[in-house]
Design a protein around this ligand. Structure first.
Ligand code: URA
Length: 240
């Protein structure tokens, strides 16, 4: 009887693992990659009966993105902004899309809002190099307009893969747009912020965008409370 239960549990594990692979492949637009040889093929030297995959690195993702021309944002961009920071970051900050400064430099969050984000990161006891900073979109929408659904659809799979490669302990979604895109809802940021949400098993804390803080400095207190919760999760003492 016990052996039968073990077998059933093992079978369910395999089903769960395959289901996850299919979901991830769909998001990466690489259907059934686990059936093809190459770096996504099952590693047969691992546990028999479980699907194990060699993990993609950030560099793999960057290479596949290449000189991206998947949507029309490529026509006006000066530089693609992939993201920067540690491959092993404990926390990843996700913003909306590059602005003019980021487009010029090819780096995320380097303008005025970026300088404020850097201060927040340092107040958490990190440097920018310790964490990872990226955006939902990798190219600047003209005039900083809101990203379009088709742009998100084409760009988000690369963000998903970056997050998978890093496997952070926490994600901080900066602003309404990042929170809505990652959590697939449209609940106001005022309601979403202040508590963790689940992002494919990773705790995700939505908070206000640093650009909003530049216009509304009184909201800094709430952002500090939100990032302190992240620090607690990471076991990093928070000296307010
Ligand atoms: N705002 C964002 O959302 N991302 C950046 O990189 C810069 C400003």
């Amino acid at each position: 009887m016990a052996a039968r239960q073990d077998l059933a549990a093992e079978f369910m594990q395999i089903v769960d693992s395959l289901t996850m692979s299919v979901i991830l492949d769909r998001e990466r637009m690489r259907p059934l990659s686990y059936l093809t040889p190459g770096k996504d093929a099952p590693m047969t030297d691992k546990l028999p009966g479980t699907q194990m995959f060699q993990k993609e690195t950030l560099q793999d993702v960057r290479e596949e993105l290449g000189d991206c021309r998947r949507c029309s944002l490529c026509e006006k961009r000066k530089n693609l902004v992939f993201g920067e920071g540690s491959d092993h970051a404990e926390v990843v900050f996700v913003g909306e899309a590059p602005g003019a400064d980021e487009d010029l430099q090819g780096r995320p969050f380097v303008g005025r809002a970026g300088q404020l984000l850097t201060k927040i990161i340092e107040a958490m006891g990190f440097s920018r190099a310790d964490v990872y900073i990226c955006n939902i979109l990798k190219c600047r929408p003209p005039g900083n307009r809101n990203p379009l659904p088709e742009e998100i659809q084409l760009c988000e799979p690369f963000l998903v893969r970056q997050l998978e490669a890093i496997a952070p302990k926490a994600i901080c979604a900066l602003g309404t747009f990042a929170a809505h895109t990652l959590l697939k809802n449209d609940v106001p940021i005022t309601v979403l912020r202040g508590r963790f949400h689940d992002y494919h098993g990773i705790p995700l804390m939505p908070t206000y965008h640093p650009a909003y803080l530049l216009r509304n400095p009184s909201a800094k207190k709430q952002v500090w409370e939100d990032v302190q919760q992240i620090m607690k999760r990471l076991d990093k003492g928070a000296d307010a």
